[in-house]
Design a protein around this ligand. Sequence first.
Ligand code: PLP
Length: 375
Amino acid sequence: VPAYLDHAATTPMRPEAVEAMAPFLRDRFGNPSGSHRMARDARKAVDEARDVVADALGCRPGEVVFTSGGTEADNTAVFGVPRRRPGVVVCSAIEHHAVHTPVEQLGGRFLPVDGRGVVEVDAVADVVTEDTTLVSVMLANNEVGTVQPLAEVAEAARERAPGVTVHTDAVQAAPWLDVAQLATPADLVSISAHKLGGPKGVGVLVVREGTEVAPLLVGGGQERERRSGTHNVAGIVGLAEALRLTVEERKATVERVEAWRNRLADGLCRIDGVTETGVIGSDRAHKVAGSCHLLVAGVEGESLLFLLEQEEIYASAASSCASGALEPSHVLTAMGVPADAASLRLSLGATTTESDVDAVLAALPPIVEKLQGAA
Ligand code: PLP
């Protein structure tokens, strides 16, 4: 059986989410913005999903804005805040492109990270000024899996720029961390369904009451004018069910997966030339449970992934960008990681089994040896 170790790219859908969605892909197809019985039936489903999502994310139902995914939620935050309150936008140097690129386009500024890939809180006082309108720092990184000091960053930013809006991309954190609690300091929070057993193409931007953010999409005025476009009813229902179960099972999932991740990382680090990122020594306290990110010296990343695929092991290099090209990652560059080693991201998930881990532990040593010998 194939070993899928790319959960940071996307996860298989939870069967319960598929089940929950099915009626809305068949006969319960009404448009929730309408007024007749079928419309009301769809609206009720969206409202119920909204309650579930609000409960899971620690916000009010009225603060949940359904989007087409993490990218739209992130873009809405970064482009939408300065349109209401002009100023400089700031994000960490290791944000996902969905935040990083908008900040770049707006001529914003970047917060540096240390060698583990953790934002340097001390730098906030230099980078954030009275002119800063938005600070965006992810809760957990998608490449190296490091958890960020959001509360400290938010506090330091608000000291420098009272009234600054704080956004956190919690897309990668949601499968592993208590977002309801950890994202409390943020005014805006992004979530994506397909990273936690839900469908692709649906996500959430939490917009806390009183937060000013211009909509990215305008038109029919859905989501109380914050996001126009006919609701993806089935997607929203699937997101709610996947998120509900993720939160319910989180403790057990983290415990199980973390132990396997540690066994995997410890085992692979015994291979000559293999080191782990995002850690100091073997302290993985700053990483989400599913993340195993390695540097492999003396091999080519593409060959490494190719040979792993021959063994039916699916992993990725840095992150899954649309081009699939193995370009040097801005995250590793910001961490000061030299570009000469190949990076290998093995990301575990709720459906990972111990035999997936065993498969990698058996397959990788000879592959690395072979490639290093060929170099
Ligand atoms: N933010 C982070 C941290 C991610 O890992 C991803 C996933 O690729 C996104 C945003 C984008 O989310 P989506 O794929 O739903 O657009």
